[in-house]
Design a protein around this ligand. Sequence first.
Ligand SMILES: Cc1cn([C@H]2C[C@H](O)[C@@H](COP(=O)(O)OP(=O)(O)O[C@H]3O[C@@H](C)C(=O)[C@@H](O)[C@H]3O)O2)c(=O)[nH]c1=O
Length: 182
Amino acid sequence: MEIIETSIPGLIVFQPTPHRDARGYFSRTLDVNILADAGIDPAGFKQENQSRSYQGVVRGLHGRTNKGEAKLVRCAHGAVLDIAIDARPGSPTFGRMETFLLDDQVCRQVYIPRGFLHGYQALTSVTDFVYRIDDFYGPDEDVTVNYLDPELAVPWPAPITVVSDRDKEGMSWAAFQETLGV
Ligand SMILES: Cc1cn([C@H]2C[C@H](O)[C@@H](COP(=O)(O)OP(=O)(O)O[C@H]3O[C@@H](C)C(=O)[C@@H](O)[C@H]3O)O2)c(=O)[nH]c1=O
């Protein structure tokens, strides 16, 4: 499992080595030593979630108030374009976006630190997204920034099909920055 730094400090890609043979492939999805090498406490994860999305679905852009929520994300079936936006006040890369193609062939994972906005678009007919979070579900702390915010201009790669009501009502990036005192 290779650790790959990104242009945003703390946002880290993990690239495993899938072993392929006539049956399919084998790929490691968690290695606590590698996480520790990357400065992540593997014992910090409290919950693992899986969501299924159909082609074109967009989920996000989600964040969490107070201390935030770190995530280790991957696409277990199909492919997504994953979006991470640095929303940590005072960060030298505040507002910067990174996008990642995550799929069930390359098997890349992304660690998204606390204080980011996160979202993704499903690019395949059946798309299973799996992620660990370092806190228990806290709906009272949910934050949603609009996935179509013109200032952020997220490059959604495919026609958008279904979006939740919550996501349709997401606040603007400017309004979110005001809540952060930025
Ligand atoms: C996230 C979550 C949702 N739920 C419930 C609430 C609701 O009834 C249903 C669907 O929830 P949501 O619409 O919030 O699910 P979703 O839009 O998939 O939310 C997720 O989006 C991606 C982009 C993220 O980054 C995640 O952290 C999470 O916010 O599942 C839980 O019970 N536990 C959980 O941990």
